[in-house]
Design a protein around this ligand. Structure first.
Ligand code: IYR
Length: 223
């Protein structure tokens, strides 16, 4: 590698037993994470959301271009506007746009075109992927591995929210163009996921189907 300006990597490492303990503790935390549609009607502290977003912003990205933008929506009127637009797309989806095969795959989750959880949840974090960057002079800057980068940042965000005790739902109405319009996003950005965030309702439910996780041996090969 060519010499480049650099600083020492500052990260903690651990003795093996401590590694095992920490790996287990993080797994125990993350295995309690499930998407839910049952949110409490209770505002979440914005500074907590901001710290979780700061964590998302630490995700690795193609050429460190950080091709993401997050819009936090707490305004009930804008949430409602998003709900209505999402429900319009979802009605078309459930009434014929989705293939029979897709609807069959969704059946165990019990989803439908009702997106009232968007009104109830404290906030939406609408995640946008920047297909390309815009330089100061308005010219286009090519971005690399945009989907991968934004996916990783979204994963960091979901883990950070769960760690803080907040529930979320990765809502992906299709198409999502209405989110760019309602939130006035520039043309280099595409809505990626509408992350619905809040405290879980006291009686929040998770479909049994969601507990059926593959065993390690089914999804890992060691060579
Ligand atoms: N976007 C629709 C359908 C949907 C699709 C998948 I893949 C899911 O895992 C869940 C729902 C909706 O939000 O209802």
């Amino acid at each position: 590698m060519k010499p480049i300006p650099s600083v020492p990597l500052e990260m903690q490492t651990f003795a093996e037993d401590e590694m095992r303990r920490r790996a287990q503790a993080f797994f125990d935390l993350m295995k309690q994470r499930h998407s839910t549609r049952d949110f409490a009607d209770r505002p979440v502290p914005l500074d907590v959301i901001m710290r979780c977003l700061e964590t998302a912003g630490r995700a690795p990205s193609g050429a460190n271009q950080q091709p993401w933008h997050f819009v936090v929506v707490t305004d009930p009127a804008i949430k409602h506007q998003i709900r209505l637009a999402a429900e319009e797309e979802e009605r078309a989806f459930y009434a014929g746009r989705a293939s029979e095969e897709w609807l069959e795959a969704l059946a165990p989750l019990g989803t439908d075109a009702d997106k009232s959880f968007i009104d109830r949840a404290s906030c939406l974090i609408v995640i946008f992927a920047q297909s390309y960057g815009l330089a100061e002079d308005g010219s286009r800057v090519k971005h690399y591995y945009v989907q991968e980068s934004v996916g990783i940042a979204t994963g960091f965000l979901i883990a950070a929210l769960h760690n803080a005790g907040l529930a979320c739902l990765t809502h992906t109405p299709s198409p999502m163009g209405f989110l760019s319009e309602i939130l006035h996003r520039p043309k280099n950005e595409r809505a990626y996921i509408n992350l619905v965030v809040g405290y879980p309702a006291e009686n929040a439910q998770v479909p049994l189907h969601a507990l059926e996780k593959k065993a390690l041996s089914e999804f890992v090969t060691v060579v």
